[in-house]
Design a protein around this ligand. Structure first.
Ligand code: AGP
Length: 369
């Protein structure tokens, strides 16, 4: 097992460090770096068929569901198709309004999650077109969906999903760009801009992973907390959800993510002196509003760790600590903003002496209902 871990103490850490490669492998066959366009040679839907789709359902569990929430922002904003995101165990029993003009995208690392498979079957039964985004070639979900987009994260052993998540985000972004172009809702310039940005991401993540000392310090400092909160707006909110899940599942710290604008509607009551609040502030169109929420929690004496773009030193005025990520396009920010959250969870779990790769009560693949 030590050999399989390739010198890392845990599979989770190894898999966090494999993200640059996983992303590169997932983008390579779909990206024409010279022309700066995205293509999916494996998909055989015509532009006509894609234009007929009037609603997309994204269905998944856990981390894959969180990737689906990011996917909703991508598909709605870039491809201009209405999207609903469902937890698979809800979708399969809620009599969804799916029909022949719907596309149901199921996301699953393992391709074997029982609820996701059942949701896929339900979508098919209702006449929806189906697409699987999965990491395991030949898995049940891959075999049963009409079309498959593979993520090439390589085997993920740790129960806590990391590299599968970032490759799912990438797959959803590339799909949104592709569908957006075929449906005529995205300009060639915008596509080129995003593709150019994407080509830098693996190297940018690689660099981020070379310098994690600050995160180790925060994990030691706040690892004994019993609660933590994650706040963000827009795509930052979607990433916050994943950050909270990571922390919960491996460190057993009670963690919740909230859309920052929801604070006043109840959560603010829980913000007391010393409670760690991680605020993501990478989405510039809602930046001022996020900063004002940050100030609200700070006024209640929470310890605020902000995550923002390099050079955004104004965050230092409001937050106790700032973790910087490379400046990038708003749609690419989730790929990088989740990294400190994965590492924070990992090092907090270490500090607390938890079994990082095999957290209590959890299985890697949930093949029973
Ligand atoms: C994430 O860290 C999980 N352990 C879990 O939420 C997982 O993402 C979920 O069970 C879905 O699995 P799948 O992607 O294999 O379908």
């Amino acid at each position: 097992e030590a050999a399989e871990k390739g010198g890392f103490e845990h599979f989770m850490l190894k898999e966090i460090y494999e993200q640059p490669k996983a992303l590169r492998d997932t983008m390579t066959s779909r990206l024409d770096a010279a022309a700066k366009t995205i293509g999916f040679p494996e998909l055989n839907w015509t532009a006509e068929e894609l234009r007929e789709i009037n609603k997309i359902f994204i269905v998944a569990c856990g981390t894959a569901y969180h990737a689906g929430i990011v996917g909703k922002y991508y598909l709605e904003q870039l491809a201009r198709v209405p999207v609903e995101v469902d937890i698979a165990s809800e979708f399969r029993y809620r009599d969804p309004l799916v029909d022949g003009n719907s596309l149901t995208i199921v996301i699953s690392q393992s391709g074997e999650t029982s609820d996701t498979l059942a949701a896929l079957r339900e979508a098919k039964r209702l006449g929806s077109r189906t697409l699987a985004v999965t990491n395991v070639v030949g898995s049940s979900i891959a075999r049963e969906a009409d079309q498959v987009v593979y993520t090439y994260a390589g085997p993920e052993i740790a129960v806590a999903s990391t590299k599968a998540y970032t490759t799912q985000l990438l797959a959803m972004l590339m799909l949104a760009i592709y569908v957006g172009r075929l449906r005529g809702s995205m300009s060639a310039e915008r596509e080129q801009e995003l593709v150019r940005g994407l080509t830098f991401v693996p190297e940018q993540i690689h660099k981020m992973l070379e310098n994690v000392d600050q995160i180790k310090v925060f994990a030691r400092e706040y690892g004994s907390s019993e609660d933590a909160f994650f706040l963000g707006r827009s795509l930052d909110y979607a990433v916050a959800l994943e950050g909270a899940l990571k922390l919960k599942e491996i460190s057993y710290i009670h963690a919740e993510a909230y859309a920052a604008g929801e604070l006043k509607h109840g959560t603010l009551a829980l913000i007391v002196s010393g409670v760690p609040v991680i605020v993501l502030a990478t989405q510039m169109d809602v930046y001022d509003k996020t900063v004002s929420n940050l100030q609200e929690v700070k006024a209640r004496e929470a310890v605020v760790i902000a995550i923002g773009f390099e050079g955004d030193t104004s965050l230092e005025k409001y937050a106790d600590h700032v973790i910087y990520i490379p400046r990038t396009d708003k749609y690419l920010a989730p790929l990088m903003a989740v990294l400190p959250l994965q590492l924070l969870a990992y090092y907090a779990a270490l500090t607390r002496g938890c079994d990082v790769d095999k957290p209590r009560n959890l299985a890697k693949s949930v093949t029973v209902e």
